[in-house]
Design a protein around this ligand. Structure first.
Ligand SMILES: [Fe+2]
Ligand SMILES: [Fe+2]
Length: 267
């Protein structure tokens, strides 16, 4: 049998974006079918995930403006979202490969299952929006993108609690804050197809934030730590700039991420 940790690393290493997404879904299915074990792997995580040659990575200010109102703006918006989903695939499989082996024995299987559920969703999201981009006459890689998401993740490579605080509970929770507005703008612009895709993603992302909140609380409780204090400390020390308002309190609440965790961290 193959180790889940080796299988997760092979997803992170994959260069071709669609290939990465398909491989991720296959790893998920193999895990659910009991075809992977939790023995230590023999592969090493790369310093950077495998990525296609395109998109070119540029500073955030050089990424084309995303506006739902014009066809070019919509392509820019969907391109940026596709890039976010690709990063999200790497983050989910990195979570398993990097931190899974050190999770307590009695929690490890559940930890892996939860993050594979997230990873499988991210693969599906990537394939869905990349397909929509093609429907609009563009493709993933046609525009430049920035590397901010991965850079933020790198600052938490040494500590699972820090990763949980920053990746799902800052970055993905931010997605919950901004997506309803994007869906509205796409609908207004007459792009009901893209709006519908974003609605599907939005619902799934609530469950990703929920999984993040659940694991931060669980690991803190095992270690006798206060999850709210830990969260606040990590955000202050490892995330640049305060959290941006307005917050989508309802969606965050639905994910079990209560406002006393984040309210006083906003600028
Ligand atoms: Fe996603
Ligand atoms: Fe997600």
């Amino acid at each position: 049998m193959t180790s889940i940790f080796d299988a997760a690393i092979s997803v992170v290493r994959a260069d071709d974006a669609s290939e990465k997404a398909r491989a991720g879904r296959e790893v998920h299915d193999n895990w659910v079918a009991g075809r992977l074990d939790m023995n230590p792997g023999s592969n090493a995580l790369p310093d950077r995930p495998g990525r296609p040659e395109k998109p070119e990575l540029v500073p955030p200010a050089q990424v084309p403006r995303r506006r739902a109102g014009t066809p070019e703006g919509r392509v820019a918006l969907l391109h940026a979202l596709t890039h976010i989903e690709l990063n999200a695939i790497d983050l989910a499989f990195d979570m398993i490969a990097r931190f899974g082996p050190d999770v307590a024995d009695d929690l490890r299987h559940e930890f892996i299952t939860d993050w594979l559920t997230v990873g499988d969703d991210e693969c599906r999201h990537f394939l869905m929006i990349a397909d929509r981009l093609q429907g609009l006459g563009s493709s993933y890689g046609a525009l430049p993108a920035h590397d901010g998401l991965w850079e933020a993740a790198l600052k938490t490579a040494d500590d699972v609690m820090a990763r949980l605080a920053i990746a799902p509970l800052v970055l993905e929770a931010r997605g919950l804050d901004v997506t309803p507005q994007m869906i509205d703008s796409l609908r207004h612009a007459g792009d009901a197809t893209s709006a519908q895709l974003l609605s599907v993603i939005y619902e799934d992302e609530i469950s990703h934030v929920a999984i993040g909140a659940r694991w931060l609380k669980e690991l803190c409780s095992r270690a006798g730590l206060d999850p709210r204090e830990r969260f606040q400390d990590y955000v202050r020390k490892r995330f640049q700039g305060g959290l941006k308002q307005p917050f989508n309190h309802d969606a965050r609440e639905m994910a079990g991420f209560e406002r006393n965790f984040y309210l006083n961290l906003s600028d």
